[in-house]
Design a protein. Sequence first.
Length: 319
Amino acid sequence: MLYETMNMSAAATSNNNGRIGISLIGQSAPAAALRRMITLSAATDAPLMLTGPIGSEKRDIAATVHGQSDRSAAGFVAINCATIDHAMLSGSLLDGALGGSVFFDEISELSPSLHNHLYHLLEARNVRIISATSETADGLKGKFGIPAELYAGLSVLVIPIAPLANRRADIPLLLEAHIQQLPKEKRYTFDQPALNALCNYDWPGNFDQMRDIVGRMAKRHARQRVSARQLPPAMQIRDINPKGFDALKQVSATIIIAPGFDLQHHLAEEEAKYIVAALDHSGGVIQRAADATGIKRTTFLAKMKKYGIERITATDRIG
């Protein structure tokens, strides 16, 4: 999607997918700090930059800032910087945001030819500029060529967003919030060992990965109580008791091969499990998953195709 326009009231901060500030839920220090910074940022018109890892709900946070601001009665336009061009940015695209807010997602991907136009938007002050990036300040100004003056204009205010790995205490509440947004017939619960494993997991794909996992589990375990063994393999690793390895050795010493056992089929099944586990552990980033398994990206993709692992399980991103 190139861009998205929406009208919001001060009391309505949900996006078109119906998620209502899920990233703001929680009792951890990072969650409290995020809510406090949103309130402070909403009270001003200064340009705001959101910084944080991929999948950290920056668009929803930008919409929340807009929804709590004096500009909430006007439009909110979200722009994908990777796909916007000069004609679009110079035309009627921003008409829906006059008096409101414009969100530039992944500002590092904005074409250098549009930098001057962004300068003009900042100077005109007829919209509030909110930008987002997963890059560092040095990366934006160096690798991605954002001029220092433009960077300074965009980052008058900065809200750093913590990764989910820094909000482990909030994981149960966040999971429950996602599950409650499912249709009633698709909802489910986790037993305590499963919750322990999920709280110990690093969530490299952050909220995007959590939303994907909740949806996938709903397809398999609707109206069930999910155990740790039913979680994706990569999420079970942290919940393993180290003492269990001794028991595993004892079991391996007494394995009995049943008649008709197909070793090739068994190995293929195990390989498929590891491919899925690598994808889950990397947050769906195929290059990271390939690196983790020590094989080339093209080979990894071929194995995904071989085992019928759909890309809905892992977005084909390079990161």
